[in-house]
Ligand binder design. Structure first.
Ligand code: SF4
Length: 316
């Protein structure tokens, strides 16, 4: 079921959990580099269709703070990102990641044009598309199915929590039933889905977070992204924090929750992220998240200390 060796080492190469890096190397034979693209979309939770203020934590750039400039073409954004990434990694395998705002919130014709513009760029071997479950209708599903037959595709959905109270607090604008419906539609077309969850929301305790995690673990979801709640400047969450000064998890608390989560997840679920990227200039709290390497190495250490690994407590 998993790759655990008897001595407790080398499960997914050098990690005790199933990393995206491991998965993509297995598929492409070399490191796959994600290029963050801004497709110039907006979001129904910002343009007035569902809401005007967006999710409470959403940054000015629609959670795409490390993307290229949306005013330049997708082809040029890809070239620009390749140049930047080539300083760090040597590889000819790229995934175009449509990250900012809601990347299926447009006419099918426009979506098609943009996704194919990315796909025909040199060495683009896959597409990742971040969106909302309420922005996948029949026609869009058809387009995603077509893309899925031509390239390595995954869709990211920002669920954050299964709890209604939290959904109302974060102003997510859709309910769990909508998530289930879209997730099942994607699954029925064999389209990989990645779900985003937030740890440390002020409306939730550890048990409530754990209920969300168990729900995801049972769903055989292809991938997961865990984020510590980031309080960014110029967001409504920043104002809420100023007024309520709610408790922020410490690094140790977060590391323990992440390790508990990994133990509960299916070993086949691909871990896309265990700690978020907050821009230093924008981040109010938690400051400790800026040292990403420390968070990741503490997770490794804690799993080793527990003699544990992803899926240790997983059961269907
Ligand atoms: S759905 Fe995404 S882009 Fe839209 S408001 Fe929420 S976080 Fe921002």
């Amino acid at each position: 079921m998993h790759n655990l060796l008897k001595n407790g080492e080398n499960m997914w190469n050098d990690k005790r959990y199933h990393t995206l890096d491991y998965e993509l190397k297995k598929i492409f034979g070399e490191k796959a580099i994600k290029l963050s693209i801004d497709g110039s979309f907006t979001c129904p939770n910002r343009d007035g269709t569902i809401g005007i203020k967006g999710c409470i934590f959403c940054s000015e750039r629609g959670s795409g703070d490390f993307n290229s400039d949306r005013n330049i073409s997708i082809t040029n954004q890809i070239e620009e990102q390749k140049q930047i990434m080539s300083k760090k990694w040597k590889s000819n395998t790229y995934i175009a990641y449509f990250q900012s705002y809601t990347n299926t919130y447009d006419s099918v014709e426009n979506l098609k044009k943009k996704f194919y513009e990315a796909l025909v760029c040199e060495n683009i071997k896959g597409l990742a598309i971040a969106t909302r479950p309420d922005c996948i209708d029949e026609q869009i599903l058809e387009l995603l199915e077509e893309l899925n037959s031509k390239t390595f595709l995954w869709i990211e959905l920002g669920l954050q929590s299964i709890h209604d109270k939290t959904a109302a607090f974060i102003r997510r604008g859709y309910d769990l039933e909508q998530f289930e419906k879209s997730y099942e539609l994607l699954k029925s077309k064999n389209i990989r889905t990645v779900v985003h969850l937030i740890v440390g929301l002020p409306t939730e305790n550890k048990e409530q977070y754990s209920e969300t995690l168990k729900y995801i673990a049972e769903k055989e979801i292809w991938g997961i992204k865990l984020h510590m709640l980031h309080i960014l400047k110029n967001t409504d969450l920043a104002d809420y924090y100023k007024k309520n000064n709610f408790k922020i998890l410490s690094r140790d608390e977060y590391v323990n929750i992440v390790c508990d989560s990994l133990e509960l997840l299916n070993p086949s679920t691909v871990i896309h992220r265990l700690t978020g990227d907050g821009k230093k200039s924008e981040l109010i709290e938690p400051i400790w998240t800026l040292d990403k390497l420390k968070v990741l190495s503490d997770i490794d250490k804690e799993l080793k200390l527990r003699d544990s690994y992803q899926g240790k407590n997983f059961s269907l």
